[in-house]
Design a binder for this molecule. Structure first.
Ligand code: SF4
Length: 333
């Protein structure tokens, strides 16, 4: 039996002060849909839980200003069902409604969802010494490399870790150039989502550009006409309640039938939400047809590196992106 303390904070300041006072083993919790899971598996072993689910104003959704703003405590279900988000930014709504189950979306927050941990089966086996995992125990090795790697990443991998970044919402936010608001003991800051997720490199245990004691307080998304012509396509082993084998978020700003600016990100295939710049460059200035869409899909995977059992993800990912491009291209502005 391990002892565990719990407090519920009402303000960000109260939460960060409680975090600092608690010292080692302090952990924020909001919806709890990831953390409780990992605690049961023995992967996370916090000593002090600071509940930030009830922070004042944390669930604010504001689509009326210059940017879309989502408080970190807004529920996934509420953002997915927001009328403006559904109409003008379907890529955001679809990425949420295709994630998890309705019950989980009613509990999980859009801020917490950014911090989901990988589904790598070796990482999730918290039995001490069962499998080496550099993410769980730095320097111990990686059981997935040369092991059961069917669901592992093919983009952004390193010799230390090939774990897939599991989210859908972060992929859509990456395509849409979102910014993440953080608040901690030293004040507030905002960073582009591209800087929020770290590549594994030699230190896969560092996953997020978040400092000890910092809280994600909000997410802002620039408004763009490309939002209306957007989609999120997710391919998985079963159509309901499964993580992506490959996914693509696509938004297109068009001049007539030519792409003026493509926004593309990939999920299920990479170690972080993956901005597909090569695919974007290939599409920009071109009219869309099936051939160019597949060429963009292939360009996105030009640097892919497969393991023993996951090479199928390269073709699957390219075709998923091609399908998403065609779907977005057919939408009316
Ligand atoms: Fe751990 Fe990453 Fe290897 Fe999975 S792929 S076992 S998370 S180091």
């Amino acid at each position: 039996m391990r002892s565990l303390s719990y407090i519920r904070a009402k303000t960000v300041r109260e939460a960060t002060e409680a975090f600092a006072a608690a010292g080692e083993g302090a952990c924020y919790i909001s919806g709890g849909t990831t953390l409780y899971d990992l605690m049961k598996l023995g992967v996370e072993r916090p000593h002090h839980l600071i509940d930030i689910a009830s922070l004042e104003g944390a669930d604010r959704i504001d689509t009326g200003g210059d940017v879309l703003f989502f408080g970190a405590g807004a529920l996934m279900a509420d953002v997915a069902e927001d009328e403006v988000v559904r109409r003008d930014y379907p890529v955001l709504a679809e990425s949420l409604s295709k994630a998890a189950s309705q019950q989980l979306r009613n509990m999980a927050t859009v801020g917490g969802n950014l911090l989901q941990r990988t589904r790598c089966p070796y990482f999730r086996n918290g039995t001490i010494g069962a499998y080496p995992c550099n993410k769980r125990e730095p320097g111990s090795g990686c059981a997935a490399i040369g092991g059961l790697d069917r669901t592992q990443a093919v983009l952004g991998v390193s010799d230390a870790c090939t774990a897939v970044s599991p989210g859908d919402w972060p992929v859509a936010l990456t395509a849409m150039d979102a910014r993440i608001q953080l608040q901690g003991p030293t004040g507030e800051r905002t960073i582009p989502i591209a800087e929020f997720y770290l590549l594994p490199g030699k230190t896969p245990h560092f996953e997020f550009a978040i400092m000890p004691g910092e809280i994600v307080t909000g997410i802002s998304v620039p408004k763009t006409e490309a939002g209306r012509r957007s989609t999120y396509l997710k391919v998985r082993d079963r159509e309901s309640y499964a993580f992506a084998l490959a996914s693509a978020a696509v938004a297109l700003a068009m001049d007539g039938d030519h792409v003026r600016r493509a926004h593309i990100a990939l999920g299920g295939v990479a170690t972080r939400p993956w901005r597909a710049r090569e695919a974007e460059s290939l599409l920009n200035g071109r009219a869309i047809d099936a051939e160019i869409a597949l060429a963009a899909g292939r360009a996105a995977f030009a640097d892919a590196r497969a393991g023993k059992h996951n090479a199928f993800k390269i073709e699957l990912g390219a075709r998923t992106l091609a399908d998403a491009i065609m779907t977005a291209g057919r939408k009316m502005q």
